[in-house]
Design a protein around this ligand. Structure first.
Ligand code: ADE
Length: 234
């Protein structure tokens, strides 16, 4: 047990996928895991443990935003001993060449969040992915013929911004897209010496406003999960 999860000690695998949406955790477990068992239901933040290609693996919903995700990530590392944490989620694209349904492998994550200011004050920490995981994910995506971009992303504390054009400053500096959790995942992984990666599918486009059908989103989401699992459990 931890403060926010009722999984038993040793019930969560060392490798865990982290979708924001708990229903996605259920979908991942039911679609990709062998013999999944639900390990958490506190606050409806579902988590499951099973195996993939014979290797133990877990999936745990984190909720939206760094305040929520940070709680689960902290407890997975410190109370359950998780060593490899891979966020799987969606993002908005900041750039014309990064299209809806493409994959983004987040090499690093900028943030507008104040959470790291609480830690570092006026100093800025650069939250980065584990290089081995990143390299492996890129190789798996290439082998599967998926369009995958590797680079910087932005982890925002807000989904709805008052100023729509605020994204342009990030785009100018080559940032590929926006989501809401990776910077905190990478910071906590660095603090506690574990491996982390964020794999995203582009669900919406801030420039072209291109949209996808639910079916297209599901297909690209499933492709991303296979990349994450094959990279994390090589
Ligand atoms: N996740 C998916 N799309 C997003 C967006 N436009 N902003 C923040 N997080 C997102």
């Amino acid at each position: 047990m931890s403060l926010h999860m009722n999984a038993a000690e040793n019930q969560i695998a060392p490798t865990v996928l982290l979708p924001g949406d708990p229903r996605r955790a259920q979908h991942i477990a039911q679609t990709f895991f062998t013999d999944p068992v639900q390990h958490n239901d506190v606050r409806g933040m579902l988590g499951f443990t099973g195996s993939y290609k014979g290797k133990p693996v877990s999936v745990q919903g984190t909720g939206m935003g760094m305040a929520s995700a940070g709680i689960y990530i902290y407890e997975l590392i410190n109370d359950y001993g998780c060593q490899t944490l891979v966020r799987v989620g969606t993002c908005g694209s900041y750039r014309e060449d990064v299209q809806v349904r493409d994959l983004i492998l987040a090499q690093a994550a900028c943030t507008d969040s104040n959470i790291n200011n609480i830690r570092f004050g006026a100093k800025n920490f650069a939250p980065i992915a584990d290089f081995g995981l990143l390299l492996r994910a890129y190789q798996v995506a290439q082998a599967r013929g998926l369009r995958a971009h590797v680079g910087n992303i932005m982890s925002s504390d807000t989904f709805y911004h008052d100023d729509f054009d605020q994204y342009k400053i990030w785009a100018e500096f080559g940032v590929l897209g926006v989501e809401m959790e990776a910077a905190q995942l990478y910071t906590l992984a660095a603090k506690f010496g574990v491996r982390a990666l964020t794999v995203l599918t582009v669900s919406d486009h801030l420039i072209t406003h291109e949209e996808t059908t639910a079916e297209e989103r599901q297909t690209s989401f499933n492709g991303m999960i296979e990349v994450a699992l094959d990279a994390a459990l090589e």
